[in-house]
Design a protein. Structure first.
Length: 220
């Protein structure tokens, strides 16, 4: 029996490219994400759980959802994740993959939390220049929409836009083309791994914490 690689999943472009890479290696992959129990949405990216599940179904994947409150103290988050890791250890999982590109402090945090568990953290797309990364993503045929913008780093008008050449050309100087510094987050709805596109409509935008602007995507 092939032991699955657990992939930390957001539904956005970075995790999608990591999945694409793992699939090219014929790996057995199982997804993991956190969901806000207060909003019934995927954490950080703000996508409705119903739409998120449509994405997973369209990819033909299995996923584990860890529910957390909003706001969620870091101690509680780590406790919930540690419990899930224990489950994976019991399953015989040996590797957990992440779609991080260059944030060393984030990588070290992940390595620290898995240290001693018997599960090895792997970073398949680590070190890929972000300008090359997003171009490759688009050339492969993936389609993604911006669901959240940190308005302290990028204007809210970029939220709700499809990432394409025009989007990239219009990004202000200093904004990472993959939003790797948290400038924006995305939801991938079509591409070569999808059995069919995920259908949705754009709803209303909302500003939370006087900083993060979210575009609501409605299931259709």
């Amino acid at each position: 029996m092939i032991k699955p690689i657990i992939l930390s999943w957001s539904g956005g472009k970075d995790s999608m490219m990591t999945l694409h890479f793992l699939k090219q290696l014929n790996s057995s992959v199982r997804l993991l994400t956190t969901v806000s129990s207060d909003f019934d949405r995927v954490s950080i990216h703000g996508v409705r759980k119903t739409l998120f599940k449509k994405q997973i179904d369209a990819l033909g994947m299995e996923i584990d959802l860890v529910e957390i409150p909003y706001p969620c103290p870091n101690e509680l988050y780590e406790e919930k994740m540690a419990q899930q890791i224990e489950t994976y250890v019991a399953m015989g999982v040996e590797e957990m993959a992440f779609g991080d590109l260059f944030l060393l402090d984030v990588r070290r945090y992940r390595e620290e939390k898995l240290e001693g568990t018997g599960i090895k953290p792997v970073f398949p797309v680590w070190g890929t220049p972000t300008d090359e990364f997003i171009v490759q993503f688009l050339k492969l045929g993936y389609k993604t929409i911006v669901t959240c913008v940190d308005t302290e780093q990028l204007d809210a008008s970029f939220c709700g836009r499809i990432i394409d050449e025009d989007f990239l050309n219009e990004l202000p100087k200093g904004v990472d083309p993959c939003g790797e510094n948290g400038e924006f987050h995305t939801f991938v709805y079509d591409g070569p791994l999808f059995k069919q596109p995920v259908e949705f409509e754009k709803g209303e935008g909302v500003l939370r914490e006087e900083r993060f602007y979210y575009m609501d995507l409605l299931d259709v």
